[in-house]
Write a protein that binds this ligand. Structure first.
Ligand code: AMP
Ligand code: MG
Length: 334
């Protein structure tokens, strides 16, 4: 009797879930060197999440510079390769953002990144001469794309899509959700968050922005829908040598970790690829450069900047959706 009651109860929840579209399905897994979680709400949630996970693993096997069979790995090894549509799209986007940010975004930094030991976590501080030599290979303008074939025109040149691949992937998941008829969902690819629609009850999603200083729980919380929220910061991956911290986001001008007073940059937009590429780029530019870029840009995005001195700045488009216990300045478009 108890069993029948329990079963009836479960069925009622399930049926009411279906009829009101509040059936929810989530999965968490490790991919692209980070923890990920994917949640969809609606009748097709389970199938949508399963397809999303498959897509993540597929894209990782194309875009990783470190997986031996990936397309990017083969391109780096052979200098020229015919590639799938997805890899071509991400490379074209990476080259576009490199031009748009005047080189702050540089997808050809892998020879320099390797010197610092970031890919294999065997960290070291390279000699200046080593960095200068590796920097000669970090030339995105020497990468050519001809239909579905990419050529690295400098011998030893290598690309790394780590600053854009997760954003592209979250956008692809949102596309899958839409194709599956999902109207509400959220993905978190190791801190790259992208949302579809609003929560099942119609209210906005809350996305907390990590505090790099850890002295308060969050920098603040954002209320959003249909947005990708991506944060870049030196705190995410770094090592300390002789009391000095070295992090993984490199300044393409000198090959050293970008050091211009910023602790983290968050970019909020409707496009995961753009949010990911620009959060890395604006971190390289520093506070003044990032604010200048935001003011001048025709692209539709918002920013949250946090400096090493603890100064918080948010852009006008999200000022009303951002809640923080810290004081913050508001930066406006020109
Ligand atoms: P993200 O976490 O998206 O900011 O990306 C950081 C990763 O991008 C690093 O771990 C490197 O693999 C790569 N990277 C480092 N410096 C740059 C740069 N200036 N432009 C593009 N990618 C970079
Ligand atoms: Mg990025």
């Amino acid at each position: 009797m108890k069993k029948v009651l329990a079963l009836t109860f479960i069925m009622i929840i399930f049926l009411s879930g279906c009829s009101f579209g509040s059936y929810s399905y989530s999965d968490s897994f490790f991919a692209m060197d980070t923890y990920m979680s994917v949640t969809a709400n609606g009748a097709n949630a389970q199938s949508a999440v399963k397809k999303a996970k498959k897509q993540v693993l597929r894209l990782e096997n194309l875009l990783s510079a470190h997986k031996e069979k990936s397309e990017v790995y083969r391109l780096n090894k052979n200098g020229s390769e015919k590639l799938s549509n997805d890899t071509i799209k991400v490379i074209k986007n990476a080259l576009k953002f490199s031009r748009l940010t005047n080189g702050a975004f540089n997808p050809a930094m892998l020879p320099v990144t390797k010197l610092w030991g970031f890919p294999d976590k065997k960290y070291r501080v390279p000699k200046k001469s080593e960095i200068e030599n590796a920097l000669k290979l970090a030339k995105p303008e020497k990468i050519s794309v001809n239909k579905n074939e990419v050529t690295l025109n400098l011998k030893g040149e290598e690309i790394d899509l780590g600053a854009i691949a997760k954003g592209y992937t979250s956008s692809k998941i949102i596309e899958i959700f839409k194709r599956e008829g999902i109207e509400s969902g959220i993905v978190n690819l190791g801190g790259n968050v992208q949302t579809l629609g609003a929560k099942p009850d119609g209210s906005l999603w809350t996305v907390a922005i990590e505090n790099p200083d850890k002295n308060s729980e969050y920098l603040g919380k954002l209320k959003i829908k249909d947005k990708a929220v991506v944060t870049s910061g030196g705190y995410e991956r770094n090592f300390t040598k002789n009391g000095k911290m070295y992090h993984h986001i490199l300044n393409p001008e000198n090959g050293y970790p970008a050091e211009n007073g910023l602790s983290s940059v968050t970019v909020i937009s409707e496009d995961g690829t753009l949010s990911d590429a620009l959060s890395t780029s604006l971190f390289v530019m520093g506070k003044n450069g990032a604010e200048r870029f935001y003011k001048k840009s025709e692209k539709d995005f918002d920013i949250i900047l946090y400096t090493e001195g603890g100064k918080l700045t948010v852009s006008q488009g999200i000022a009303d959706s951002f809640n923080s216990q810290l004081d913050f300045d508001i930066v406006k478009k020109d």
